[in-house]
Design a protein around this ligand. Structure first.
Ligand SMILES: Cc1cc2nc3c(=O)[nH]c(=O)nc-3n(C[C@H](O)[C@H](O)[C@H](O)COP(=O)(O)OP(=O)(O)OC[C@H]3O[C@@H](n4cnc5c(N)ncnc54)[C@H](O)[C@@H]3O)c2cc1C
Length: 177
């Protein structure tokens, strides 16, 4: 990984880095014309969106950034979720991404020796829709989402953090940028 450049060289090499410091009063603030946030969440997968949703719900100013053009795609998941997982995270199921109910999950390897992965009942879900729904849950609570934006580095500076990114300007919604 390249080091953090200094002086004039830094500005020339990385024009797109934005401070993401923690303003004392909370909420978005301006520091020499730069946008500041209480938290920047890198990645609008289930982990990032849950974190952003929780922070936004608590009143923090949150920016989510994802390098993908469309949240949730391409799908990298078998799309099975147990009811327990939803209960644990305080999430209600939504008909827009539930495909069917399942009684558990069985692995069928090439040698034919099947075994249960889980006997927990749950759902086959549309994972791409689920990821977008969860990101939207965060946006509905006040978080902002920028897609097609790759975070390249996050670094401490003064009393905050700066992030170096490549991509489009922040926008709203799981499909916009
Ligand atoms: C083949 C396969 C099958 C699976 N099947 C299941 C299953 O059936 N049931 C189940 O519950 N789980 C399953 N999983 C696991 C599940 O997909 C993961 O546990 C889950 O996606 C993890 O969520 P996450 O938010 O931590 O990470 P991710 O979903 O990987 O999200 C991370 C996000 O961060 C973004 N990102 C990464 N780096 C940057 C950067 N520098 N800048 C901006 N954005 C960035 C990525 O684009 C991505 O959107 C499966 C996984 C695989 C690979």
């Amino acid at each position: 990984m390249r080091g953090w450049p200094s002086g004039k060289k830094r500005r020339k090499a990385w024009p797109a880095y934005l401070p993401c410091a923690f303003p004392p009063a909370g909420g978005e603030a301006s520091n020499r014309g730069k946008v500041m946030h209480d938290a920047v969440v890198v990645g609008a997968g289930p982990g990032g969106s849950m974190a952003a949703r929780t922070l936004a719900q608590a009143g923090f100013d949150v920016q989510i950034v994802d390098k993908k053009r469309v949240v949730g795609e391409p799908i990298q998941c078998a799309e099975g979720m147990s009811q327990h997982a939803f209960d644990l995270n305080g999430l209600e199921t939504d008909p827009s991404w539930i495909l069917t109910r399942i009684k558990g999950a069985i692995c069928v390897p090439p040698n034919g020796h099947r075994f249960y992965i889980t006997r927990d009942p749950g759902y086959a879900i549309d994972r791409a829709r689920f990821d977008r729904w969860l990101a939207q849950e965060a946006v509905d609570r006040g978080a902002r989402l920028a897609v097609n934006t790759r975070i390249q580095e996050v670094r401490r500076r003064d009393d905050g953090w700066v992030r170096r990114q490549r991509g489009r300007a922040p926008g709203q919604g799981p499909r916009s940028g």
